[in-house]
Design a protein around this ligand. Structure first.
Ligand SMILES: [Fe+2]
Length: 198
């Protein structure tokens, strides 16, 4: 006798929101930002190993009002869509990575929502995220699915904005960047209350 498969729906009830906004900046703005970033002194950063530098501690004035407003609008839409309290764009910095460098695994306390604006990336560039469910590391798995993977990645593209919860671990300790001049503008956002302390 044939055993019929059970009609079953498996529902992911605790998803993690990652926002992807293509073409947040124009190609012209991208080229202008490359020029601006190349002319700012960069320094070593704990989240980058190997040949890579950052303006993380310097908080340079990288973005014009128009781009900041676009990012704030995206943050507002993300927070509202997720049911989070609104957060205000805070510190902004640039990272430049050359071939052989790594973006190490890290989180962004005490920020609420963080983002990355991709200024110069190649076809192979990715952003790795790690599963925030601690039990996934205990689960005995037979396959890789959204319920079992310890990490996952998304491809990233020039001019694209990615938003994610600041508590979500990202980067990968063993993923080696293969291009020179990989350039990303990163930022944090805060409630008005926490923003006063930054
Ligand atoms: Fe980061």
């Amino acid at each position: 006798m044939d055993i019929k498969p059970i009609l079953m729906e498996i529902r992911p009830i605790f998803p993690t929101p990652i926002a992807i906004i293509p073409n947040c900046i124009t190609s012209e703005e991208r080229l202008q930002l490359i020029e601006v970033i190349n002319n700012i002194p960069h320094n070593p950063h704990d989240a980058i190993s190997g040949d890579g530098l950052s303006t993380h501690k310097q908080a340079p004035n990288l973005l014009n009002i128009s781009i900041k407003k676009r990012i704030q609008t995206a943050l507002d839409e993300y927070n509202t869509g997720c049911g989070y309290k609104l957060s205000k764009l805070g510190n902004i910095w640039s990272n430049i990575q050359n071939s052989g460098s790594k973006l190490l695994e890290h989180v962004h306390p005490p920020s609420l929502v963080s983002g990355a604006l991709y200024i110069n990336v190649g076809e192979e560039c990715k952003l790795y995220f790690h599963n925030p469910n601690p039990y996934v590391y205990y689960t005995v798995c037979s396959d890789t699915t959204p319920y079992t993977f310890e990490y996952n990645w998304i491809p990233v593209h020039n001019c694209e904005l990615i938003l994610f919860p600041s508590w979500l671990k990202h980067g990968k300790n063993d993923y080696i960047n293969k291009m020179d001049g990989r350039m990303v503008v990163s930022f944090n956002s805060y409630t008005k209350h926490t923003f006063a302390d930054i």
